[in-house]
Design a protein around this ligand. Structure first.
Ligand code: KIV
Length: 264
């Protein structure tokens, strides 16, 4: 298996092959994911909830992400490694560049992910100009949970939907290489995916995205709460390896997510 790069993922979008992504926070799980031919691993700030037991991603620090990214990177023989820039670590282009460099140099990340639309365009442009691959993140942005007032579906009204399409285009034009869409109605996610050249990775955003991402603990059924868009792949007596392989197959065949796991 050849090591996957952002080029591989962009070609997959062009050829219509779905992209599979899972989160991981340690070497052992990352190795299983890598061996099951998942396309990318995200060291997400969801670690604040599933590893550290916080109620949100807000307490997560750059040091936390680097610690987990380092461990995960030792297992990434084939998969692309993406690491989250945590809350308040990218409030301006200078700070974002400094922290993205840390994630790549100390955490061995090959791409950084950040949340936000129009206000992040300048930062994405700076990062891109400095050779940092960027995955943007629109729809539900968990780092803004207190501003939103909950983990709510985004883009349901026409005005919000239009803003999201404009934001997605502006982020791509600024140099973003990939886009996560979280908790977005199916039709809007499809429209954004069709509009953009870069791949979209959905979580609660329907089957029409270029790929799917889930939090590992959610898809193994061991999280304390499972959002509607999650499927427990560890059911039916599967091993962890088989559960991850089943997720990969379901993403590639576009049988996951089902209509019941989508927002309309
Ligand atoms: O932190 C995370 O795990 C994420 C995914 C849910 C996309 O951002």
């Amino acid at each position: 298996m050849a090591k996957k790069t952002i080029r591989t993922l962009k070609k997959m979008k062009q050829s219509g092959e779905k992209i599979s992504v899972l989160t991981a926070y340690d070497f052992s799980f990352a190795k299983v994911i890598d061996e099951q031919d998942i396309d990318a691993i995200l060291v997400g700030d969801s670690l604040g909830m599933v590893i550290q037991g916080h109620e949100s991603t807000i307490p997560v620090t750059v040091e936390d992400i680097i610690y987990h990214s380092k461990a995960v990177s030792r297992a990434c023989a084939n998969t692309l490694l993406i690491a989250d820039l945590p809350f308040m670590s990218y409030t301006n282009p200078k700070q974002a560049t400094h922290n993205a460099a840390r994630l790549m140099q100390e955490g061995a990340a090959q791409m950084v992910k950040l949340e936000g639309g129009a206000p992040q365009v300048e930062t994405v442009s700076q990062l891109s100009h400095h050779g940092v691959p960027v995955c943007a993140h629109l729809g539900l942005q968990p780092q803004s949970v207190h501003k939103i007032g909950g983990y709510l579906v985004q883009g349901r009204d026409e005005e919000q939907a239009k803003y999201m399409i404009d934001d997605a285009t502006a982020l791509q034009d600024a140099g973003a290489d990939m886009l996560v869409l979280e908790c977005v109605p199916v039709d809007l996610a499809k429209k954004i995916t069709d509009t953009l050249e870069i791949p979209t990775i959905g979580i609660g955003a329907g089957r029409e995205c270029s790929g799917q991402v889930l939090v590992l603990q959610d898809m193994l059924g061991i999280s304390s709460h499972a959002p509607k868009f999650v499927q427990n792949f560890l059911q039916e007596g599967r091993t962890i390896q088989e559960a991850i392989a089943a997720f990969n197959t379901a993403v590639k065949e576009a049988s996951f997510p089902s209509d019941e796991q989508c927002f309309f």
